[in-house]
Structures are given as structure tokens and as C-alpha cells.
Design a protein around this ligand. Sequence first.
Ligand code: OOG
Ligand code: MG
Length: 272
Amino acid sequence: MTRADSGADTGPHAAALDEAATTASPVDQITATRALTLDEAYRVQAELLACRHARGEREVGLKLGFTSEAKMAQMGISEVIAGRLTDAMRVADGGTTDRRRFIHPRVEPEIAFRLSGRVEQAGPNADPAEVIDAVAPALEIIDSRYRDFRFTLEDVVADNTSAAGYVTGPWTAFDRAHDITNLGVMLETDGQLADTGSTAAILGDPLRAVAAAVRLATRYGMPLHAGSVVLAGAATAAHWLSAATHVEVTVAELGRATLRTHGGEHDDIARR
Ligand code: OOG
Ligand code: MG
């Protein structure tokens, strides 16, 4: 326990956040009623993952948050954070997900990395290009379990960085000679352009997201192995994910990833 830790039990917070996710009903921010250090927040996150493990979910990788200026400005947080992805969050490319599983979902255009077995030997200062096996266009669905999608840095870390779903498009074998530092990114909803950006928005070079993932995984004991997926963080601000919507991300030279939503059309009308 660090000196700043309150020493208070974090277990009830994980249980409340897990119930919020499984029932799609929001809860109050933890920091509304108590102080939480960043170390405690990552502990709540680990306890939250234990609830998912108990339901048979398997960890498949990590996701970074706040790696772009657009996201930092949108949410008012400017520290890179990591959360965990499980197999239950995966939506197949071109697949459909039920909007009613979520509270107030948003979608983000991202790129994903798949790690090679070298990550298991590499230390926290590893050259990221050494541990990447493949790269793909990706979409992330984020869904804060907090009311009104409002949180502090510690709240959002405790809530597994709003991780709720993700899609990866076709994988391209990673070749360090292939420059992926400034690829155009386009987000479309129902065939309409919703946003554009560049992979350069991700920490100036998305390979830095892999370095951050390795560093945070080492610090907070998150598993990374051969085949782990790392979502590098949104290249643009996040967009509301409506019901009955077709969402597509296109990343230059890498291709597309798509998902559809169904269900919850009435909730959408109420929210507008
Ligand atoms: C936190 C997650 C941020 C990203 O790509 O920056 C994130 C949130 O905004 O709810 O996934
Ligand atoms: Mg994201």
C-alpha cells in the first residue's frame, strides 16, 4: 500500500461497476464519495476483471486510452491509461452487437496491434517494433459505467477505461519498413463521413502506444503474451453509437473494419 492509499476496501466498487456493466445501468463516480489513488484505481480494475474471469471470460489484450489530443480534449484527461480486453468484448468484423447491452455507448476509430511471443522476454523498455507481429484497422466501443459518461482519471481507470467492445479488421504482417506513422483514418456511420484523422494523432506515432502498453502492463501486472491484441487509442474524438447503425473505419494501406448495432432504437430517440 502506498502512503497515499486510503486503505479502504476497494472490493465493493468493483462489484458495483460489474453490476452496472451486466445490467446496463449507470452508477455514481467512485470519487464522488471517497478519494482514490491511481494505484487503487488499477486495483479496482483488476478486481473488476476477476468478476469477468468468474463468468468464464478470458483476457485477450489491452487497450490504451487518451493517446490522442482529440480524446484528451473531449474528456478533459491527459494521462495515458490502460484497460483490459476480454474475449466477450470481441465483435467479429462485419458482425452485429445489441445496443441494449450498453448504457450510452460511443465508438472510436483505432488501429490494433497483435503482439509476438517476443513480448514475453522483452522488458518494459523493449523496442515496440520488436514485439509487434501484425497490425489491423479497428473500432472500439466504449461505454462508461458512470452516469452521464463523467469521470476523473481514477474513476475511468477503475472502470476498466470504459472498455465494452471491439472489432479488428484484416491483419497485415508488421514490417518495420512499412511506415504507419501517418495513415489516414476515416470513420463512417451509415455511409456518412463522421470523422477523419491520422494515425499520427496517436502519441505522434502509434508504436508509442505499444511501448506504453508494455510499460503499463509491467507496472500494473497485466498479462501480455504472443497473440495479445493492443488497441492503440482513438485517432479522433469518440462518437455516439446509435441503434440500427452500420459503422465503418477505414485506415489507409490497412483496410476496413465494420460493425452493426441492433436493438434499443427507442432508447436512442429518448436520448436525442
Ligand atoms: C475512456 C477510454 C478512452 C481512447 O481510445 O482514448 C479510449 C473514455 O473516454 O471513456 O478508449
Ligand atoms: Mg479507445
